[in-house]
Design a protein around this ligand. Structure first.
Ligand code: DHB
Ligand code: MG
Length: 227
């Protein structure tokens, strides 16, 4: 009972999800589409999707930036937190993923609130500088680039915006200094959240149907405006 076996934490994940998360057919279909369309099965867990949704509502987000669309499962959660006049800008490097995402957003009834930008995020992000600032940024793309994405999040977010970074624990490998480029990228991102005055951050470990991982949650400080 006291050890977090996979069977136990999956039971808990199922219990919490059934208790607190209402997934409709469109969200379920978005998850199912990953397997049928050949995308990796790395969408956020339902509890995390709802967390993103609630954070967006808590900051009364009107504009959300997502880096890494995949099949738009998290995008649907975020888009449903916005008023009809709100906007999610989501960036996806793989055109096939973007097509799957578009279909899933249409089925969920939120396609009119979402702009899918197809391209490498490092190329797309500089094109967003003249748009209104974002209220929430979700970073969930190639982990090697987390510091680049955090820098853009600070530039494109308003002071007081929330920044969420997915996958900051990686089955515990985050504590290793020689675990490869992805873990190095995660660690560099966490160090930036510590050292860069534009952020104030914490992180939570998660044990759910996606295994052992975690998210960092940061607030953009008032330093953002002058940075
Ligand atoms: C991977 C990426 C993710 O964003 C995730 O949530 C899980 C795994 C990966 O690249 O392995
Ligand atoms: Mg992820």
């Amino acid at each position: 009972m006291d050890e977090p076996t996979a069977e136990r934490w999956n039971d808990v994940d199922t219990y919490l999800t059934e208790t607190l998360v209402e997934e409709d057919g469109a969200l379920r279909a978005a998850v199912a589409s990953l397997a049928t369309e050949g995308l990796p099965l790395i969408e956020v867990a339902p509890l995390n999707g709802k967390l993103l949704h609630l954070l967006a509502r808590m900051v009364r987000a009107e504009r959300v930036l997502e880096i890494g669309t995949l099949g738009a499962y998290s995008t649907i959660w975020l888009a449903r937190a916005l008023a009809a006049s709100g906007r999610v800008v989501t960036i996806e490097a793989e055109p096939h993923n973007a097509r799957v995402a578009r279909h899933n957003l249409e089925r969920a009834g939120v396609a009119d609130r979402v702009d899918i930008c197809i391209g490498r995020a490092a190329d797309v992000l500089p094109t967003l500088v003249d748009e209104d600032p974002f209220d929430l940024v979700f970073i969930d793309a190639d982990k090697e680039s987390n510091t680049i994405y955090l820098d853009w999040a600070a530039r494109l977010g308003r002071p007081g915006a929330v920044v969420v970074v997915d996958n900051v624990v990686r089955s515990g490998r985050v504590v290793e200094t020689d675990a490869g480029a992805q873990v190095d990228g995660v660690r560099a991102g966490l160090a930036m959240l510590r050292d860069d005055p534009r952020f104030d951050a914490t992180a939570l470990q998660t044990l759910d149907r996606k295994g052992w991982d975690g998210i960092a949650i940061a607030l953009l400080t008032d330093e953002t405006a002058s940075a």
